[in-house]
Design a protein. Structure first.
Length: 275
């Protein structure tokens, strides 16, 4: 799959991939549908507009849009159990603590299972070991080109910016694939498909890193930890990851500042609604 595209080919993608009935205005105009098609068009075999729903043929079979929940055809009874895969994501630098968090969303993983499988063996068949800033990681094949572009941009910036060079030099551990659930839930993490990476420095310089760790010491007000009290990669690093399709966990209300997750459709959707 090519690197992250900011939305230039939406009309082409919609025209080429619409293979069945003329779409209803409701489904055709849904920016989440348009963002998903643009982000994943090379993985989509066809798109069928069916009343208020959209059915994508990809991977092992059809995936139903279902208000952004992306459910398999045999799991349409789970709409009340799954939250949409799309969510608000700030496109601006983080300048203040986020509002008090509501209950974390519960996305279903039908789309990931259809594309990459369920078992570790199936998922590893779609992965590859890569080098990123002199560290090895095993990642989903989708991440190979974006990570190469990110590395190129970061190294170029490090040559002229000492703060970025210091961050690169202090990068201690990198990892991606880990078959585990999101902490505190029964939903498998994006790490389970090699679609998320953690970039761990040699020191956090006393800053807050992860919401669950902070909650141990500040049960009520952990979400109000000021920006200056949180560790963070350089802003250029965050923006470079975002430019290539990754959201940064530091912008989540349940913050995780070492975490980057490949979510090009989420970024495209938020750029569209910001226009």
């Amino acid at each position: 799959m090519r690197g992250f595209v900011r939305g230039a080919g939406l009309a082409v993608a919609l025209g080429v991939l619409a293979t069945a009935a003329v779409p209803s205005p409701r489904s055709q105009d849904d920016l989440r549908v348009r963002a998903f098609i643009e982000a994943y068009r090379e993985l989509i075999d066809s798109v069928r507009y069916d009343g208020r729903d959209v059915v994508f043929s990809l991977g092992r079979g059809p995936i139903h849009f279902q208000g952004g929940r992306m459910l398999g055809a045999d799991r349409l009874d789970r709409t009340e159990q799954c939250d949409p895969i799309f969510y608000p994501y700030s496109l601006e630098p983080l300048t203040r603590p986020l509002p008090p968090p509501v209950e974390r969303p519960t996305p279903c993983t039908d789309l990931l299972e259809s594309l990459w499988g369920k078992s570790e063996r199936e998922i590893r068949g779609h992965g590859r070991s890569v080098s990123f800033l002199d560290h090895r990681m095993f990642v989903n094949e989708l991440l190979v080109d974006p990570l190469a572009a990110i590395e190129r941009d970061i190294l170029a910036a490090a040559a002229r910016d000492t703060s970025i060079a210091t961050w690169v030099a202090q990068l201690d551990i990198t990892y991606s694939f880990a078959d585990r659930e999101i902490a505190g839930s029964e939903t498998r993490s994006y790490h389970a498909w090699g679609l998320a990476i953690d970039l761990v420095p040699s020191s956090y310089d006393g800053g807050a890193v992860y919401w669950r760790w902070s909650r141990v010491f500040n049960r009520e007000d952990w979400h109000q930890i000021p920006i200056e009290g949180r560790w963070s990669p350089p802003q250029y690093v965050i923006e470079t990851f975002e430019d290539h399709g990754f959201v940064w966990g530091g912008k989540w209300a349940h913050f995780d500042v070492i975490h980057f997750e490949y979510r090009p459709a989420v970024l495209l959707y938020n750029r569209m609604i910001a226009e």
